[in-house]
Design a protein around this ligand. Structure first.
Ligand SMILES: [Zn+2]
Ligand SMILES: [Zn+2]
Length: 364
């Protein structure tokens, strides 16, 4: 099918918030190679899970699966997401290199592309400019978007995303340039070494469990942030957007499911209001900060959270919701909590650039 022509509107808006898309205007342009590839991958992974559940995989091999799996999850959540996409904190070269290695193990495309797509997802959330627009439903935002050619709107707006920081990072650009090679080494070969050479597993079993099943499980965990955490749950911080607070996704995704908060304050290193509630990535960032390996952790102040929950939330916040015991919640005066006041109050708690804060407070 010939690609849809890019409308002049896209050239005019140049990076401004894009208007919500119209589901009916969307046409699938299926990439069958990806469809078949994902189908085969999931069938093999289901067989791998079956072997694990029926005791055909040794405890040592399972431990390798879990350790490599979590290393790759932290590389994605703490690294690709909170450090490289949102710049929620700064870290030294060793931490950055380890996180890139972990992310490469996850097999989620090159870091540069992942970050570009995720920045675009935040900028044009749940509209035609969003690569995994959740207003098209669970399947599309979960995996469907990877089975079709990108919409012209997504391609055009993706070119406007500022990637200058990653362009200037030699490690990121190295991973981008040699992605196929580093992916083969880090995601496929290294995780297979222990089961194949030490546990004397067959090459097939090492490949099936430590590569195919592992990346399929962690990929689905990551995709649930784009699908389930944009559909199921409450919206205590911003009621007029799709992202939700989803406990299950947070539990399996080291704290990435507190997604209404995250879309409200994307620069907060906790990606959640609370750093210790199913939030392994926040705990690891705090650990690195205590060692002096990470610094400049950005976080929203209590005043900002309270203001946002009472002014823009759906009233379900445990402490600042409509039914909470704090009777002053509904009486906060806007003039007392305007942008400048909040910025001053929060200054001692985070370092974020002005645009980030304005972005967090403006209407979506
Ligand atoms: Zn999201
Ligand atoms: Zn994000």
């Amino acid at each position: 099918m010939a690609p849809k022509a890019i409308t002049p509107e896209i050239n005019i808006i140049k990076g401004q918030l894009y208007k919500p898309g119209n589901k009916n205007s969307y046409k699938w342009d299926i990439v069958w190679f990806n469809v078949i590839g994902f189908a085969v991958m999931h069938a093999a992974a289901l067989y791998g899970v079956f072997l694990i559940l029926t005791g055909h995989v040794s405890i040592a091999h399972l431990l390798n699966f879990i350790i490599v799996g979590y290393f790759s999850i932290f590389g994605t959540t703490m690294g690709a997401h909170r450090l490289f996409t949102h710049k929620c904190f700064k870290a030294n070269k060793v931490v950055r290199a380890i996180l890139i290695a972990g992310f490469t193990m996850a097999g989620q495309n090159c870091l540069w592309v992942w970050v570009r797509d995720h920045r675009q997802h935040h900028k044009y959330s749940d509209t035609d400019g969003d690569p995994h627009n959740a207003s098209r439903g669970f399947f599309f935002s979960h995996i469907g978007w990877l089975m079709v050619r990108k919409q012209p709107e997504v391609i055009a707006l993706g070119k406007l995303i500022d990637m200058s920081d990653l362009d200037a990072d030699p490690l990121v650009m190295f991973q981008k340039r040699y992605y196929k090679t580093v992916f083969t080494i880090f995601s496929m070969v290294i995780p297979m070494l222990f089961p194949y050479f030490v546990l004397n597993e067959t090459l097939w079993m090492s490949f099936l469990i430590s590569f195919v099943t592992r990346i399929t499980v962690t990929l689905n965990g990551t995709w649930l942030v784009n699908s389930a955490a944009h559909i199921y749950g409450n919206r205590p911080f911003t009621k007029d957007m799709l992202p939700t607070e989803n406990e299950f996704v947070s539990f399996i995704g080291t704290g990435e499911g507190w997604h209404n908060y995250h879309h409200t304050f994307p620069w907060d290193y906790k990606a959640a209001e609370l750093g210790r509630h199913y939030n392994g990535a926040a705990l690891l960032i705090e650990f690195c900060a205590r060692q002096g390996w990470a610094w400049d952790l950005k976080s929203a102040s209590r005043a900002m959270v309270k203001h946002r929950a009472t002014k823009r939330g759906d009233g379900t916040h445990a402490q600042y919701g409509w039914d909470s015991p704090d009777e002053n919640n509904n009486q906060l005066k806007t003039e007392e909590y305007d942008y400048e006041t909040l910025k001053k109050e929060a200054e001692s708690e985070y370092i974020a650039d002005d645009n980030d804060i304005k972005e967090a407070f403006k209407s979506h």
